[in-house]
Design a protein around this ligand. Structure first.
Ligand SMILES: Cc1cc2nc3c(=O)[nH]c(=O)nc-3n(C[C@H](O)[C@H](O)[C@H](O)COP(=O)(O)OP(=O)(O)OC[C@H]3O[C@@H](n4cnc5c(N)ncnc54)[C@H](O)[C@@H]3O)c2cc1C
Length: 304
């Protein structure tokens, strides 16, 4: 728990970030979880993932930009990705973070940027998933997703089972038939807002998963937790749901064995593929989730 806190704290410190971005060991570890730094790298990874029988969602890494020019550049990368996905016939959508599109700078400008991405996706018959960031952004993110959904349709939200508010949010989103990706949540949150005990986060996950699967809308169950995956399959079978009624989602490079097993058993699996040069906060969240990753990293750091 303490280690997790330290790592999540480190993710936000610019001097640690700069040091890590120049560390060979950190870069090597990042490549286990990140497809590369360039658009061409992630398109290649999406092609390979597609050939292996999975769909994908592409994430251009970066968050909390401090200049409009960075937000515009991120928007343009997403427009380019969507055109390339279409041109190459890839079975993939995109995942965006609103603070990368300027939410800390101006909500209206951020909305314009994300609307441009969603509009382009709509013109290609594709979907944009709006990732969920820390609780400071939950209300604004859901408000923007709702607005986009009314304007364009092709947009999905993310709900985190660690937040105490999530059941209410799920009910509202379901009433508007908005597609949801359910995950546990990756940020450091205070106990007033988020369940501090893993058992409560997991129990809430299962409760929300059942609401999603019963709703008749196509949702995503995003977890590598085998117990929850099993509970989902059992519930889907008990409800008589077909394999096309929902999808599992997992992160690039994590539990590839489980991804393959689910695919082989006929379930839909989408792999979330991050890329780009701003991989440090993403890497620290993955390290925080699993101390074994940190041991691997420390060994390589000592080797130089
Ligand atoms: C497709 C997808 C999209 C996501 N989008 C968001 C988002 O928008 N907002 C957000 O806050 N969070 C997001 N997350 C992250 C999520 O909230 C969790 O932090 C992360 O998925 C770990 O939780 P878990 O459900 O896998 O369960 P855990 O209980 O953390 O892990 C269960 C098991 O999975 C394996 N595992 C988990 N993490 C790792 C790892 N880093 N390395 C190796 N093995 C691992 C281990 O075997 C572990 O025992 C997303 C996750 C996925 C899969």
């Amino acid at each position: 728990m303490l280690l997790r806190r330290v790592l999540l704290y480190a993710a936000d410190r610019p001097f640690i970030r700069n040091f890590m971005l120049h560390s060979r060991a950190a870069r090597a570890l990042a490549l286990r979880f990140v497809a590369g730094e360039k658009v061409e790298d992630v398109l290649g990874a999406a092609q390979a993932i597609g050939e292996a029988g999975f769909s994908a969602s592409l994430d251009y890494l970066g968050e909390n930009v401090t200049q409009f020019s960075e937000a515009e550049a991120a928007r343009d990368v997403y427009l380019c990705l969507l055109d390339q996905i279409q041109a190459r016939g890839l079975n993939t959508n995109v995942s965006v973070k609103l603070t990368q599109l300027g939410l800390d700078l101006s909500q209206p400008r951020c909305q314009e940027h994300v609307a441009a991405v969603v509009e382009r996706a709509a013109s290609h018959g594709n979907l944009v998933r709006v990732d969920m960031e820390s609780s400071a952004y939950t209300d604004r993110t859901l408000e923007i997703v709702r607005g986009l959904r009314r304007r364009f349709g092709n947009v999905g939200a993310v709900i985190q089972s660690y937040l105490r508010r999530s059941e209410r949010d799920v009910e509202q989103l379901l009433a508007e038939r908005i597609r949801i990706r359910l995950c546990k949540g990756a940020y450091q949150e205070p106990p007033e807002l988020a369940f501090p005990r893993k058992a409560d986060v997991d129990a809430n996950y299962v409760r929300l998963m059942r609401l999603l699967l019963k709703s008749g809308t196509y949702h995503a169950i995003a977890t590598h937790d085998e117990k929850i995956v099993r509970a989902t399959i059992e519930f889907a079978r008990a409800e008589g749901l077909a394999g096309e009624a929902f999808e599992f989602q997992m992160l690039y490079g994590i539990r590839r064995d489980l991804q393959a097993r689910l695919r082989d058993d006929g379930w839909r699996v989408r792999v979330y593929i991050p890329f780009g040069s701003h991989w440090f906060p993403y890497l620290t969240r993955r390290l925080a989730e699993r101390p074994a990753n940190l041991l691997f990293f420390m060994k390589n750091l000592l080797r130089g």
